[in-house]
Design a binder for this molecule. Sequence first.
Ligand SMILES: [Zn+2]
Length: 253
Amino acid sequence: MLSEEEIERYKRQIRIDKIGAEGQDKIKNSSVLIVGAGGLGSPILLYLTGIGVGKIGIVDNDILSLSNLTRQILYRTEDIGKKKVLIAKERLQALNPNVIIEAFPECLDATLAKNIFPSYDSIIDATDNFETRYLINRVAVEKEKPLFIGAVGRFTGQVMSVMPHKTSCYNCVFPEKDEETVREMSKRNEDLGVIGTIVGTIGSIVANEFIKHILNIGSHYFNKLLIIDLLNNDISAISISRDPRCRVCGNPQ
Ligand SMILES: [Zn+2]
């Protein structure tokens, strides 16, 4: 049930016929774990907190630095040197006190992932390195948690959603290479640079995917990879499919 305050707070989205009070109640009863409170994590966290998701977990071990401020819109110059998750929790709680915010100021490893993923309905991958991306995909598939992935570099970004053992997982499309190659991929991605606007675009789409999933409305990026290039205004979604021999979600021979 929604309180009077909640009905007033959310009235503009409750008015949408596909949401209504019933949909708002579903959003209130949902939970999501967001890995990464940086460029992608900022808009995702702000929107999902504003929209009224019941419980939001945030995993991030980073300290805010000056060069983060071009795109990490949760933070201010005065926050430099502080732990991102702790500032994020404070700011999000001020935005919407109805939402339970759980902060994990830690680096995500397999043990932490296996411990905390089961406490949330879905997982959002808002990271910027491939080691963590493969780990999140592995544990989300193992724990049967719907996974929503955003990735960015320069002016381009990608979105894909995963319904474990039903639709293509990240590893089906981008099979994991050896450890050193994965590390090099992360380093190369960092060297590419990124513009704040693509991070905001991709972050909003990922947050929207989660909301539609919770409400069971609209179409989704399951078995699809969305690719957006804001430099050339090129937007396309390509079909992808499960690899029956995927080492994560298939039956490898
Ligand atoms: Zn797979």
